[in-house]
Design a binder for this molecule. Structure first.
Ligand code: COA
Length: 295
């Protein structure tokens, strides 16, 4: 690591609460996102390993955080890491601090034997030099299937501790929502994203013991974001249980477990999913990372 006057390099510092708060300050200032919300949801992902520069006053100047993001891709387990919380304070940009923390994080991922590293960014050009390539993501749209079986359903309340404990348990034991591409687990970011998405509905199908994460789409249709459970119910049963008959359905992950096939439409989101992995590990068919797993 180069010597940077007045700055100290630190990694794996989340057990130091002042340093964690300093990172939260950096992310608040750069992105306007309050990650201390995680503190009341059980804390950041315990697999997180942050790499950062701090100044003499204890301010976090530059950071990137690696975490374990096991994936299923085309039916096979992929030992992947994710990178998140990448930022440099404006007054310190352009002097290689981001390169320092990125190189440290990637060395860590390689040393830990991760086969793939994933990130989401609106500046993909920044990451090509590190071996990342952009992957197209898709939505799956079509008309709603009919004839499903309606079962009992209960809306979960993100303000209820009991409901969040139940959701946490389901997140721990979930089946990947797609075999084409999905995280195996992603508890902390799911809870964080749910807390930050006021329009998100979390409905528990009580017999299937699966939580349906959905919202009303921009076109007034049904937008399915994720399903959390050991068993994935079919789309027809989901709609029957919700007692809705929407004009259109849009699914934000490959619907291979839903007993329904929509049309894959390329996503035009500003955030691009990038992967640093051998060609053979890249998904071969249209897919998307569920928005609830966004990081
Ligand atoms: C993007 C950001 C982290 C770069 O920080 P930085 O300290 O200025 O970066 P560095 O000085 O280490 O530059 C590393 C390299 O990236 C390049 N780079 C910087 N910003 C870039 C951008 N937006 N697009 C493409 N390349 C970029 C630099 O030219 C440099 O190239 P070089 O190694 O060939 O000289 C910083 O500008 C930032 O925090 N921006 C806001 C938040 C953000 O965009 N985070 C990352 C997105 S997920």
């Amino acid at each position: 690591m180069p010597d940077r006057k007045g700055l100290s390099f630190r990694s794996d510092y989340f057990d130091d609460s002042a340093a964690w708060r300093a990172l939260a300050g950096l992310l608040e200032d750069v992105f306007g996102i309050d990650v201390t919300v995680l503190d009341r949801l059980g804390g950041p992902d315990p697999t997180s390993v942050p790499f950062a520069w701090f100044d003499g006053a204890g301010r976090c100047i530059a950071n990137i955080t690696a975490f374990s993001l096991p994936l299923v891709v085309d039916g096979a387990f992929v030992r992947a890491a994710g990178l998140q919380s990448g930022a440099v304070r404006p007054e310190h940009r352009g002097r290689g601090l981001y390169r320092d923390v990125m190189e440290s994080a990637l060395q860590h991922c390689d040393a830990e034997g991760f086969e793939a590293v994933a990130l989401l960014t609106d500046t993909p050009d920044l990451y090509r030099r590190y071996g990342f390539c952009a992957l197209a993501q898709h939505r799956f749209t079509g008309s709603a299937p009919a004839g499903g079986r309606a079962g009992p359903l209960r809306r979960l309340d993100t303000g209820s501790e009991a409901d969040m404990t139940l959701l946490g348990r389901l997140l721990d034991g979930r089946r990947p929502v797609s075999d084409r591409f999905a995280p195996l687990r992603q508890k902390e970011m799911f809870l964080f994203n749910a807390a930050l998405t006021p329009d998100l509905r979390l409905d528990l199908m009580e017999e299937a013991n699966a939580v349906i994460a959905w919202q009303v789409g921009e076109d007034g249709g049904f937008e399915l974001l994720d399903i959390v459970g050991a068993h994935i119910p079919g789309l027809a049963d989901i709609l029957a249980s919700l007692r809705i008959a929407p004009p259109r359905v849009s699914v934000r992950f490959a619907p291979d477990h839903l007993g329904w096939a929509g049309t894959a439409v390329p996503d035009t989101d500003d955030m691009v999913l990038m992967l640093r992995a051998a060609e053979s590990l890249l998904p071969k068919r249209p897919f998307a990372l569920p928005p609830t797993a966004g990081f």
